[in-house]
Write a protein that binds this ligand. Sequence first.
Ligand SMILES: [Zn+2]
Ligand SMILES: [Zn+2]
Length: 344
Amino acid sequence: MPHPETWLKVLPQGLYCEPGGFFVDPTRALERAIITHAHSDHARPGHHAVLASAETLALMRTRMGAEAFGAEQSLAWGERLRIGEVEVWLQPAGHVLGSAQVAMQWRGSRVVVSGDYKRQPDPTTPGFVPIACDVFVTEATFALPVFRHPKAEAEIGRLLASVALFPERTHVVGCYALGKCQRLIALLRQAGWQRPIYLHGALIPLCQTYEQLGVALGDIRPTTVAAKRELVGAIVLAPPMAVADRWARRLAEPVVCAASGWMRVRQRARQGGVELPLVISDHADWDELNATLDDVGAPEVWVTHGREEALIHAAAKRGIRGRALRLVGYGDEDDETPTAPGSA
Ligand SMILES: [Zn+2]
Ligand SMILES: [Zn+2]
């Protein structure tokens, strides 16, 4: 059986599957790409041909319009496709709607590229499906023991408790436009919040695509048309940058909140002027990363980006060989971090 190193190459443009002639999540426009999910650091515009889940293709089209890609092909979960000499299939990664792990098999040797993923349940996307493999390629965004994400439902409970405590103020929550925003809305609905949820204009197109793809979000309204009076006691969602700047200041005595795994770091919350940090992440935390290594049972793990040292060390203690790929270009456009007022 060929070792995955001999057929899945780490090139400057990203991971290249040689016997299939395609890249996974390449960082520049190329001939043939398989895309794990529609976040901008993984889904770049301009590939000639893209293979992805139908949801990811739809979200890419919303984000990039006609520039998104030339030709497209979608795969249903678990559906197998032969590309060159390689068998390819997708399984959910649980990260955002449409997010997929890419499984590739060549001459009995199997690699799974997880993309970004999480193991906490998320009402807007199917959960992560572990796939047994010879090499598991993982992210490591929160791969330090200090990162242990609480249950998202408990964080939503803290938000609603604050809304009850300050009924005359507007709670404005900074969140990433793809995934986090829709997950927050769905979690609020699950927690019984049936009132309108107001959105910054930048969040609306992707919410509409989610609804077209079958994720019900309830009564969502643009903040622009909402009278200031309507926003008293309301919950408003906005991109982190808008929360930090002038935009939020015209709301009624805003309580500035942010929903991100980075809110575990107090200093980050303070820098962003965040009064109510909510630790809600779409990435696996330390425990989830380690549990996933056990679940997939791969003798070898390759780490694409993030805090690879701690994860590789933890893997080695269990006899799993680790390799840091240090791929450049991932994680920097995920916009997870709130920006301090006044900075870019
Ligand atoms: Zn992502
Ligand atoms: Zn990413």
